[in-house]
Design a protein around this ligand. Structure first.
Ligand code: FES
Length: 247
């Protein structure tokens, strides 16, 4: 697995506690894969798992939200600071299996792994519809626009787009496939709607990770057969119907 020391190219706030970090792309990731990041010399034991948001030429963009010490340390990094970048890791979205009308549903920082999927589908000649939901002020939604057939926004506070939840924006019965990433209750709700409509759905899980390579079992989720699945190794993308969101 590739693991190298790289220099930060840029690291900018793009929303409340949300940052976009640009790094050199030393390998070509698949949409939906992720990276482990650790600042060089960090006193913190574990790296942070961050999804690929986009790749443009030689530059990766990773979008992340400050949720603890690890991500706060990343947010304090400046251009030319060094970090260890491990990856790309995980399986990515099954874009080659998708045909017909595709819907992307993102919530909060969960929009990050959907942007590269939108771009890839657009390049395949099948631009998706996108529904993005935020608690309050939307962020980083403009980069989706060029790749989407239609882009809809929902905010719980009503400051932008439709007031309410992202699940109120679409009818899964109108689609041949749905890709989803966001908070667990939102993904569960989207999977339930898709199941009821008979529409295949894939989710990208954002479980806590430690090793990122399948060795520690910190990231395990459970399927409906009670089988443990490692989010970092067998995921982070799973068929939504398989995952037990209420273990
Ligand atoms: Fe260690 Fe997944 S993070 S097994």
């Amino acid at each position: 697995m590739p693991s190298e020391i790289v220099s930060v190219l840029s690291n900018q706030p793009v929303g409340e506690d949300v940052f976009a970090m640009e790094l050199p792309a030393l390998h070509t990731p698949k949409p939906g894969q992720f990276y482990m990041l650790r600042r060089e010399g960090s006193a913190l034991l574990l790296p942070r798992a961050i999804s690929l948001c986009r790749q443009e030429g030689d530059t990766l963009t990773l979008l992340y939200k400050i949720v603890g010490k690890g991500t706060a340390e990343l947010a304090a990094m400046k251009p030319k600071d060094k970090l260890r970048l491990t990856g790309p890791l995980g399986n990515g979205w099954p874009l080659e299996e998708l045909s017909g009308k595709v819907l992307l549903v993102g919530g909060g920082i969960g929009i990050a792994p959907l942007l590269s999927a939108a771009k890839a589908l657009h390049h395949q000649g099948n631009p998706p519809d996108c529904c993005l939901g935020f608690p309050h002020q939307p962020f980083y939604h403009e980069p989706f626009q060029p790749y989407c057939r239609a882009l809809q926004i929902a905010t719980e506070s009503g400051v932008a787009g439709q007031k309410g939840l992202v699940t109120q924006l679409f009818d899964p019965g109108q689609y041949d496939a749905v890709l989803c990433c966001g908070p667990t209750p939102m993904m569960k709700a989207v999977v339930d709607l898709c199941k009821a409509a008979g529409t295949p759905v894939w989710v990208s899980l954002e479980n806590r990770m430690a090793c990122g390579v399948g060795a520690c079992l910190v990231c395990t989720c459970t399927d409906h057969q009670g089988k443990n699945r490692r989010t970092c190794k067998e995921g982070p993308v799973f068929r939504g119907e398989e995952i037990n969101f209420d273990p």
